[in-house]
Structures are given as C-alpha cells and as structure tokens.
Design a protein around this ligand. Structure first.
Ligand code: OGA
Ligand code: NI
Length: 209
C-alpha cells in the first residue's frame, strides 16, 4: 500500500460527499518522472493520436469540440508504468471497500493538449451510454502558473469550480454527475486520464438451467 487506510477513508468520504476529490502530490516524484519519460517516448515515436468524440466522423466538428492528442495505455505492454497501475489497483480496492462501488475494468490514456486547444463542456457518461463510473485525472504540468490556462472547469449546483492542472495532482469525479470542460490552454498541457468502469449487474447473473 502506498497510502494508509486512514488516508483512503478520508478521501473516499470526500468523494462520496462531494462527487469529486482533489488530492495534491498524489503521485511521488519518482512516479511523476517515470510517467513523463514514458510520455516523451510516446511523443517522439509519434504515437499520440488525435482524440475523437466517438459520435462524429467529421474532423472539423471534432476539432471544434476537443483538441487533444491521446495514447491509450496497456498494462502488459507499458510495463514502465507498473507502479502507476498498482496505485490504481489500490484506488479501486478502496472505492469498492469504502464507496461500495461495483467496478470491473478500467481504461487509461495519456493526453496532450497543444497550445490553443480545449475540450468543450461535456459529461463523461452521457445517458447511460457508457459504463464509466469514476473519472481519474492525474495532471502533469510541472511549472504551471496562472495565465497558462487549461484549467478544468467543473459545473456544480453550488457554482463553478476551476481546477488548475498542476503536476502530481489527482482529481477524481463521478463520471455521470459532473459536467466539465477544459479551458483553452496557452501552453502544452499534459495529463493522464482514465475511467473506472461499472460492472453491469447482469454480468454476475447466472442463468438458470
Ligand atoms: C476528458 C476530460 C479533462 C482534463 O478527457 O473527458 O474531460 O482535465 N479531460 O483533461
Ligand atoms: Ni471529460
């Protein structure tokens, strides 16, 4: 375990109560460097691909909705990131234990927003169209400062909340509850993004006879 039971309980309580959680310095310097080395390698090998929104084949429309480039991770292939995946296992165990979530599976990608790009207001789990339960973001921008832009804006009943994408910060939120957008970034913006997936109850159903 990277974190104590007590820390996890505090965080899980916050997530349950507010629908989101922000935790600074969630990843160590060592893990941060591992992720950034991996990121540079993917970038150098030209493996980042324009992200799609899934519902449109029109490049121009997609471009006007989200401007990031992504690379989907694979736990077996990307074994430099094993400490990251282990940390996510720890998170999943604690979400199941303390938030009583039924989770099975996850998907993660690294994302680069070039200067001038953004992601319009959206929800990660629209109308039950996906089984995304929890959105996980780890921000990777070491020298982020005000004016760099690229904040994540969350729309909540109580008002809007801006999250600065500073290095090693964790943001979790319930994928079906929080509408959000990435404000235009004025510098290259790096993150690791993922979703913890809901286990449909039918999967556990054993057909009689
Ligand atoms: C997304 C998203 C937010 C961020 O990829 O769905 O909303 O802060 N990302 O990068
Ligand atoms: Ni989103």
């Amino acid at each position: 375990m990277v974190y104590s039971e007590k820390e996890w309980i505090t965080w899980m309580d916050q997530l349950a109560e507010n629908d989101y959680l922000i935790q600074d310095d969630f990843i160590s310097d060592d893990l941060y460097r591992k992720i950034m080395t991996f990121f540079s390698d993917v970038e150098e090998k030209d493996k980042l691909k324009k992200a799609g929104i899934g519902s449109s084949k029109n490049y121009k429309i997609e471009e006007s909705i989200r401007g990031d480039f992504i690379y989907w991770l694979d736990r077996e292939r990307d074994d430099e990131l094993t400490p990251f995946f282990n940390l996510m296992d720890e998170l999943i165990t604690n979400l199941k234990r303390h938030c009583f979530l039924s989770l099975s599976g996850s998907e993660f990608h690294i994302a680069k927003y070039p200067s001038g790009s953004y992601y319009d207001r959206h929800i990660d789990r629209p109308n039950e169209r996906s089984n995304r339960e929890i959105t996980v973001l780890i921000y990777l921008n070491e020298d982020w400062k005000k004016g760099d832009g690229g904040e994540l804006k969350m729309y909540r009943d109580e008002g809007e909340l801006l999250v600065e994408p500073i290095a090693k910060r964790l943001l979790l939120f319930k994928s079906d509850k929080i509408e959000h957008e990435v404000l235009k970034t004025n510098v290259e913006r790096y993150s690791l993004t993922g979703w913890l997936l809901h286990q449909p109850s039918s999967l556990g159903y054993i057909f009689p006879g």
